[in-house]
Design a protein around this ligand. Structure first.
Ligand SMILES: Cc1cc2nc3c(=O)[nH]c(=O)nc-3n(C[C@H](O)[C@H](O)[C@H](O)COP(=O)(O)O)c2cc1C
Length: 199
């Protein structure tokens, strides 16, 4: 009885949705993920790197085209190659791992639908971020496409062929410090039935 009262009090104080999420590992993982930009020197185990890539490739894609290619940077030499291409990516200097998520235009849809590669690769990126968090790693999405000079620098640094377009670099490592998730719940960003509609 006491437990039920406590659970009800918790649900009232934090909102039923948040309370339910705390009991569901997948939802809790989504709600507690945050960008991590500082890492220890501990390398990321190859089995975890494979899990990150499997998570990325599990993402939905338009017509299941899977128009992507992942470039894994897991040596200091490879990571530094990208640092010099993108001096703003300070995290890369101390990270043990990065995954460059790219669109493969030979696998993308044709015509206007080609642009779905961006959404497909973004879905893969978010999956990798969530998998990293679930594995005790910290990660951050650093944007590349459509910033032309970043695309050019990454393309040159990694010798990407013309049909491979870098969307972003996910910088990954074991977290140093205690980055806290932001509360982004804003009911005013939601409409019901039509724009501006209230519940
Ligand atoms: C398209 C995109 C590009 C981003 N580029 C960068 C970046 O270049 N550098 C960086 O530190 N964070 C970058 N981020 C991470 C955001 O700053 C971060 O997700 C945002 O501040 C929200 O914080 P959270 O991830 O902790 O919830 C990017 C995120 C996205 C989705």
């Amino acid at each position: 009885m006491k437990k039920i009262i406590m659970a009800m009090a918790m649900m009232l104080s934090m909102g039923a949705g948040e309370a339910m999420a705390q009991k569901n590992a997948a939802l809790e993982n989504i709600l507690t993920r945050t960008s991590v930009r500082s890492y220890t020197e501990q390398p990321v185990e190859p089995a975890k790197v494979e899990l990150l890539l499997r998570a990325g490739m599990a993402a939905p894609t338009a017509m299941n085209k899977q128009p992507w290619h992942f470039v894994v940077l897991d040596t200091r030499e490879a990571l530094d190659r990208l640092v010099s291409a993108n001096p703003r990516a300070g995290m890369l200097k101390q990270a043990p791992l990065a995954i460059v998520v790219c669109g493969d235009m030979t696998k993308a849809l044709e015509g206007k639908a080609r642009e779905y590669w961006i959404q497909d690769c973004s879905a893969a990126t978010e999956n990798i971020l969530l998998a990293a968090h679930a594995l005790g790693l910290g990660a951050v999405w650093t944007g590349t496409y459509p910033i032309e000079d970043r695309v050019k620098a990454t393309t040159e640094a990694l010798s990407l062929p013309e049909h491979i377009i870098p969307l972003c670099t996910i910088v990954i490592g074991y977290p140093k410090g205690d980055a806290q998730p932001k509360d982004k719940w804003k009911p005013e960003n939601v409409s019901y039935g039509k724009f501006g509609g209230k519940k």
